[in-house]
Design a protein. Structure first.
Length: 314
């Protein structure tokens, strides 16, 4: 009983530790939330956005709830051990009573046998001796038969066990062989699949790069086309004098996607820049490409006005 109590105490301590660690691990696992901010991409060469980092939130473990659960389990274990101790005590009581009854019966049977034996010896000693000898020989014969039968049955069981063990060994080896073949087949299939996926990703990347390069080339060509249109319109509106020939004015234009002039600044020859700004404001809205991405390139542009001759209108 002392050994059982000691084992129960050790089991409770082990169980408490197991439950505490299990509950903490489960709560920590479900308490993490991964909530990355949605990235926002704004197409602007002058204002790149910083990389967004994910935010990890952790929830603390409720220690009181864990302790309550541990105490509940400990109480259930104590109740179970007490019930087991009562059951064992009842079994021991019954076993003791059975032993006492069996010993009493054995004593009574022994006494009866002694009395009968004494009576038989007294009445027919010689005949009883012969009868006992015959019974002894018969008992030896039966014991020999039983021993031979038991040996044959044991040998049969051993042979059957050996056949079963051999069959199990062969089945295990066959299963291991098939498992190895299947594992090798799966590994080969995974390798081939990985190669196919890698090749597909490579081809896709090359296709995307080619498309992007072609797109960039088209956008650049379209930009150059409309830059030339804008410059021609500005040059056609300039009021030039002979003093403007050979001079330069670097023009900074801020255009809406519709081509509307939001702002214009000139840097260079004062007279030429004044004439250029006036010409731009008179135009008011420049033609823009239909592609929104190309049109966005004209949000802030710079061009140089450098007349080499007077306009025909002048």
């Amino acid at each position: 009983m002392a050994k059982s109590a000691q084992t129960g105490g050790t089991g409770l301590a082990w169980l408490k530790s197991l439950v505490v660690h299990g509950v903490i691990a489960a709560v920590l696992l479900v308490s993490f939330e991964f909530t990355p901010d949605a990235p926002t991409l704004e197409i602007s060469a002058d204002n790149p956005q910083p990389d967004q980092q994910p935010i990890v939130e952790a929830v603390a473990v409720d220690a009181s709830a864990v302790e309550q659960q541990v105490q509940k389990i400990q109480q259930q274990q104590r109740d179970k051990e007490q019930a087991e101790q009562r059951r064992i005590a009842e079994l021991e009581r019954r076993a003791q009573a059975a032993r006492q009854a069996r010993e009493r019966e054995q004593r009574e049977a022994a006494e009866l046998e002694r009395q009968q034996q004494a009576a038989r010896e007294q009445a027919k000693r010689e005949a009883e001796q012969a009868k006992q000898e015959a019974a002894k020989l018969e008992q030896q014969r039966k014991e020999a038969e039983q021993a031979a039968k038991a040996a044959a049955e044991k040998r049969k069981r051993e042979e059957e066990a050996a056949r079963k063990a051999e069959a199990e060994r062969k089945a295990r080896e066959e299963a291991e062989r098939k498992a190895a073949e299947e594992r090798k087949r799966r590994e080969e299939e995974q390798r081939r699949q990985a190669e196919r996926e890698a090749q597909l990703q490579k081809e896709l990347a090359e296709e995307m790069a080619a498309r992007n390069q072609a797109r960039q080339q088209r956008m650049q060509s379209e930009k150059e086309k409309y830059m030339a249109i804008i410059q021609r319109q500005i040059m056609s509106r300039l009021r030039l004098s002979s003093n403007d020939i050979g001079k330069e004015c670097v023009v900074q234009l801020n255009l809406a996607t519709s081509g509307f002039v939001i702002d214009v600044q000139g840097n260079g020859d004062t007279n030429l820049c004044r004439s250029t700004v006036t010409a731009v404001n008179q135009i008011g809205t420049f033609p823009m490409p239909d592609d929104p991405e190309v049109a966005a390139l004209f949000k802030n542009i710079q061009l140089t006005v450098a007349p080499t001759k007077l306009n025909q209108a002048n």
